[in-house]
Design a protein around this ligand. Structure first.
Ligand code: FAD
Ligand code: MLT
Ligand code: ZN
Length: 451
């Protein structure tokens, strides 16, 4: 065994240092299969001290570290790069601390490896809910969602992951541990390092646990799937629904080509009596709200052409399947170029109108969290290594005042295009932070900031 592996085994136990390619393959290839690269090994530490030991050992051996959670990320940030020094993949999945819910403060402390689905179940038993939810809930972790500042289907209601974060525990590149898990809600004593780590994509530290804000549970009361003529109509309809109906928990958009893929993949019937160019899925809820009032108000909206209304969990799940199964249906059809942009809502129609010319003959599936201006453009056809469509779509978003990442992050995928969203001065400031906290470039080199 080489000395790096021996040092890692001394920290985490030999059985948690994985080198068999058959076993490590699931850690070295991303969910989309577009990004993969060789690793020296995968190490699975079980606690914060072990994470610190792994970081120190890797630093001694000048070997980069790629932190990884559930490996559901969509921008290649959680797997080794194809080129360069083969890194240690530090899997956080054994960081499974899950404290009792603090019902007085409506907070909980969770380990980085706890899945979002596991967190939901845990806090539901206390009558509370966590504000972030996404279709990858059964694999995506607390640490990974903080590191990417994940959004998802509840962002329109509660904001993204940053808005849920009260503090983190993390191991920095020098092996030191920072910890703010006390749950103080208003703390103005200097730089908020937890918020800095949110969205840092594993480049500034390894998050080992977090203190998270919770909300009173608000069971969904009604889910409505409406057929619309396109993104402009969907944006107008969701604005009207939001104005009339309190407690909107989701406002999701998708189009006919995506529905066709989902139907073929999952064997589902047509969602509405006739086919529409596009669809808006809206969900409202609330403890004190009456589903019938919601329904009455929603279906009374004149712009609603045809809609399916679900009031019970099986009915809601049936409507959600058309939206939530997009990712797997697209993945089953090929290796997609996943482009996650957000625009000012007023710019959505112009962006959508220009998109078809940019994607050309390739198949473009458009869907997303329209309630927060977030559009996912998935392009099937171009070779995985061909970035021209990525550059064209992201450039189009930037030209319409948008960002090249709403929620998935930058990863390896968009590091060279960060300048489309961030000014020179901003990128210089980010580089200064990176080199102050990680002068040797140990953590996730090439992710977020191109090397
Ligand atoms: P990973 O994929 O393992 O890692 C992601 C990044 O975080 C990498 O850069 C990695 O280095 C870093 N990282 C991971 N753990 C740590 C840690 N403990 N400390 C420091 N850095 C760390 N995303 C959304 O935002 N909204 C959605 O609605 C959404 N839906 C999805 C649906 C599906 C079906 C799939 C497959 C993905 C979806 N995603 C979505 C993308 C993905 O789930 C998120 O990016 C998620 O936050 C990744 O979490 P993870 O635990 O899988 O992290
Ligand atoms: C979603 O909203 O479904 C996710 O962000 C995943 C994806 O973009 O495929
Ligand atoms: Zn999304």
């Amino acid at each position: 065994m080489d000395t790096l592996l021996a040092d890692l085994a001394a920290v985490a136990g030999a059985e948690h240092v994985l080198t068999d390619p058959g076993v490590t393959a699931g850690y070295t290839t991303d969910w989309t299969r577009r990004y993969h690269g060789p690793a020296r090994c995968v190490v699975r530490p079980a606690g914060t001290d072990e994470v610190a030991g792994v970081i120190r050992a890797a630093a001694r051996h000048r070997t980069p570290v790629v932190p990884q959670g559930g490996n559901t990320g969509l921008v290649g940030g959680g797997v080794p790069a194809r080129d360069g020094v083969a890194p240690v993949v530090l899997s956080c999945r054994r960081l499974l601390r899950l404290d009792p819910v603090d019902t007085l403060a409506a907070q909980v402390t969770a380990g980085a490896g706890v899945t979002i689905g596991g967190l939901h179940e845990h806090v539901a038993r206390a009558g509370l809910e966590y504000g972030v939810d996404l279709a990858a809930r059964d694999s995506a972790t607390v640490g990974g969602t903080i590191a990417t500042n994940a959004g998802g289907i509840r962002t329109v209601r509660y904001g993204g992951t940053r808005a849920q974060l009260l503090g983190v525990e993390a191991v920095l590149a020098d092996g030191s541990v920072i910890s703010r898990l006390g749950g103080v809600q208003t703390d103005n004593s200097g730089y908020e390092l937890g918020q800095l780590l949110a969205g840092s994509e594993g480049t500034l530290g390894v998050i080992t646990a977090a203190r998270l804000r919770l909300w009173p549970a608000e069971p969904p009361a009604v889910t409505v799937l409406a057929g619309v003529s396109g993104i402009e109509a969907a944006a107008a309809l969701q604005a009207e629904i939001r104005a009339r109906v309190p407690g909107i928990r989701a406002a999701e958009y998708f189009e006919a080509p995506g529905v066709a893929l989902v139907r073929a993949h999952a064997g589902l019937p047509r969602p509405l009596a006739r086919e529409y160019p596009a669809y808006l899925l809206t969900e409202a809820g609330g403890r004190d709200h009456n589903a019938e009032i919601f329904t009455e108000r929603m279906v009374a909206i004149p712009a609603l052409d045809e809609a399916s209304v679900a009031l019970d969990p099986p009915g809601r799940a049936a409507l959600w399947a058309y939206r939530e199964r997009h990712t797997e249906a697209i993945g089953a059809a090929g290796i997609p170029h996943k482009l996650d942009v957000a625009l000012p809502v007023t710019q959505l129609p112009a962006f959508r109108a220009a998109l078809d010319a940019v994607t050309g003959d390739a198949k473009a599936i458009v869907f997303g969290h329209i309630g927060v201006g977030n559009v996912h453009v998935n392009v099937l056809g171009p070779e995985p290594g061909d970035n021209s469509v990525d550059e064209a779509v992201l450039g189009l978003a930037a030209a319409h005042g948008g960002t090249i990442s709403a929620e998935h992050g930058i990863g390896h995928a968009k590091a060279a295009l960060l300048h489309l969203s961030r000014s020179r001065a901003e990128i210089a400031a980010m580089r200064a932070v990176k080199s102050a906290l990680d002068p040797a470039g140990l953590l996730n080199p090439g992710v977020l900031l191109a090397v």
